[in-house]
Design a protein around this ligand. Structure first.
Ligand code: GTP
Ligand code: MG
Length: 171
């Protein structure tokens, strides 16, 4: 019979990599070119189908990437079943920051947390500075799922949340 799970998901990553844009694309299928930087954190819920019989309700915390909010992050990633760690494929320093987030999650022993490493803004391919191979290699090394997305055109956004939900620990 039909089963419903509830999961806590968190988005982490440098400011302006597109965390809020990814969530808005996923939850409302919209994109805003002039999206405002998040203050503190934002919260969204959205259902995804896991298979014919089961659904997951995702409770998603979209954190603020600006440095001044960094100390709040543990509150949002604590006990999360899924973490989406985002970088911008056109900004190499955001990839370094994403690696630091993955290390922090592993160091805090959030061992239940399934991590998805996400290179966003693939629609800006001509400005790319982080190769797909670099992203995939680091994800493999860290035991994370890997996706390249575009919040602008929607590429792989739905898939990212569906696959992360399917890999998340069942209660
Ligand atoms: P903070 O809230 O400050 O941590 O930033 P954020 O990671 O939530 O970034 P946000 O979603 O606000 O996006 C920052 C800017 O990048 C906005 O101008 C977006 O329109 C733009 N943006 C986000 N995703 C994409 C994308 O996939 N492609 C392109 N071309 N622009 C994007
Ligand atoms: Mg934001």
């Amino acid at each position: 019979r039909p089963t419903r799970f509830t999961y806590k998901f968190v988005l982490l990553g440098e400011s302006a990599v597109g965390k809020s844009s990814i969530v808005t694309r996923f939850a409302r299928n919209e994109f805003n070119q002039y999206n405002e930087s998040t203050i503190g954190a934002a919260f969204v819920t959205k259902d995804v189908a896991l298979d014919e019989m089961s659904t997951a309700t995702l409770r998603i915390w979209d954190t603020a990437g600006q440095e001044r909010y960094k100390s709040l992050a543990p509150m949002y990633y604590r006990n999360a079943e899924g973490a989406v760690v985002v970088y911008d494929i056109t900004q190499s320093e955001t990839f370094a920051k994403a690696k630091a987030w993955v290390s922090e999650l592993r160091r805090q022993n959030e061992s239940r947390t399934v991590i998805a490493l996400v290179g966003n803004k693939v629609d800006l391919a001509d400005k790319r500075t982080v190769t797909k191979e670099e992203g995939a290699a680091y994800a493999a090394e860290a035991g994370a799922l890997f996706f390249e997305t575009s919040a602008q055109n929607g590429q792989s956004v739905q898939t990212l949340f569906e696959e992360l939900a399917r890999k998340a620990p069942r209660p």
